[in-house]
Each structure stands twice: as structure tokens, then as C-alpha cells.
Write a protein that binds this ligand. Structure first.
Ligand code: KIV
Length: 243
């Protein structure tokens, strides 16, 4: 799941969450923007430092924010800054066009998670936060580009908002683990935005579930329920998946 500060990273890592993403979703859920585009490197560094202080053993992933990997020099400097702040791995949004960037980072010792499907930093090009890969050609393109990113050295793939069948196909095609969000139940893992899990987000996409509302143990209980539901495949259910 995502985390942005010491308090929640402590609770989440103690509840068994294995990967904590300091996501640029902080622009929407913490800062109140309508997209992730305004998030800066300074924001990411600050929240990674906070998250690291509370972490009790989860892998820490940091988003490289919008335009922070536009050139080779920028990429290396910005990824290094996130690693110094506590990240174990950085996440980049894109397809084939981030293959060289992925290779560059991996060669220099920085593990990469590629983020495909709905890539929120490209919301203006995509025309909104819509499900991706419903069209056969686009689905095939996503599969081919995911294979390319695996070949370039990506350690993980985060797959957002694609039909369940495509999530399954991509997961079967790749050797690296695929973490899904709105990508169906057949990916290797799941990720959810903290505020969605707690039911305090301004919007509720189809693929989220409020784990707090029926948990009498409070926030730590909600996080334990979430990790258990993901591990025993009770979440996501058919109602959380796209066709
Ligand atoms: O920034 C973020 O929170 C993300 C989500 C898709 C998990 O990348």
C-alpha cells in the first residue's frame, strides 16, 4: 500500500504490508490537487524521509514524480536523491520510452519498478483517468512493452486499471512480479492507496475497498485485514475488477 509518513508506515509495516510506496498520489490525497502533476522532488524526498523513520521492515518504493526523469542527468540525480532519502527502489511511469532510463538506473545499482496501464502522470494525454488496454491492439502493445521493460532490467511491474483478463495475461507473460491496482485478482500482488483503504479519499474508484468501516480493531486491524485479504485472494473480488 502507499504510505507518506512515519505514523502510517509503522502501522502498515507492523501489519504485514511488504512494500510501502511513497506515491506521487500524495499530490491528490495529501495536497488536494486534481492530479499528480504538481508533485515535486522536494515533496517526494520529504515524504520518503518521514516514511523511512516509521518503517519496520517493508521494502520502500519511491515514485519519481512528473518530469523528474526527462533527461539522463535529471534521472540519475533525482533517483539518487530518493535512494539517499531511504528508498530501496524507484518507480517510473511509461512504456517502451522508459526502457533506456530503466537500463541506466539498473546499471548504476538502482532497482526499478515500471508502472504501466493507466499512468496518471500522462492523464492529459490519456484524456482522463480511464481503463487502459480494452482495445486488442493496445492490450498487445502493453504486453510487448512490459516484456521490453523486463528485458531492460525492471524488477517489478505495477499495472494500473486494465481489464482483469489483461492483468492475468501480462502476469503470465512476465517473470518479474506484477503488482496490480484495478488490474484484477490474478496479478502476483496488489497495491492500494492508503486513503482509499481507510475510506477517506475524495473519490472512490471501482477497484478500491474500505477496509476500515467494518473493522472494530481500527486502523491497524484494517491494514491486517487488507494484507490477509490480498494474500488469501479474497480481495479484489469481481466487483472490483474491470471487464
Ligand atoms: O502514486 C501512487 O499512489 C500510485 C498508485 C497507482 C499506487 O502509483
Amino acid at each position: 500500500m502507499t504510505a507518506y509518513d512515519a505514523c502510517f508506515s509503522k502501522i502498515a509495516s507492523e501489519a504485514g504490508v511488504e512494500v510501502l510506496l511513497v506515491g506521487d498520489s500524495l499530490g491528490m490525497v495529501l495536497q488536494g490537487h486534481d492530479s499528480t502533476l504538481p508533485v515535486t522532488m522536494n515533496d517526494m524526498i520529504y515524504h520518503m524521509q518521514c516514511t523511512k523513520r516509521g518503517n519496520r521492515g517493508a521494502l520502500l518504493m519511491a515514485d519519481m514524480p512528473f518530469m523528474s526523469y526527462a533527461s539522463e542527468t535529471q534521472t540519475l540525480e533525482n533517483a539518487a536523491a530518493l535512494m539517499r532519502a531511504g528508498a530501496n527502489i524507484v518507480k517510473l511511469e511509461g512504456g517502451a520510452w522508459i526502457a533506456n532510463t530503466t537500463k541506466l538506473l539498473v546499471e548504476r545499482g538502482i532497482p526499478v519498478c515500471a508502472h504501466m496501464g493507466l499512468t496518471p502522470q500522462s492523464v492529459n494525454r490519456l484524456g482522463g483517468f480511464h481503463v487502459q488496454g480494452r482495445d486488442t491492439n493496445q492490450a498487445q502493445e502493453i504486453i510487448e512493452e512490459a516484456l521490453l521493460l523486463q528485458k531492460a532490467g525492471a524488477s517489478l511491474l505495477l499495472l494500473e486499471c486494465v481489464p482483469k483478463s489483461l492483468g492475468k495475461k501480462i502476469t503470465a507473460s512476465l517473470e518479474i512480479p506484477v503488482i496490480g491496482i484495478g488490474a484484477g485478482a490474478d496479478t502476483d500482488g496488489q497495491i492500494m492507496v492508503l486513503h482509499d483503504l481507510l475510506g477517506v479519499s475524495p473519490i472512490t474508484p471501482k477497484f478500491v475497498k474500505n477496509f476500515l468501516e467494518n473493522d472494530t480493531r481500527g486502523i491497524p486491524g484494517a491494514m491486517s485485514s487488507y494484507t490477509a485479504a490480498v494474500k488469501n485472494k479474497a480481495f479484489p473480488g469481481p466487483e472490483h475488477c474491470f471487464k
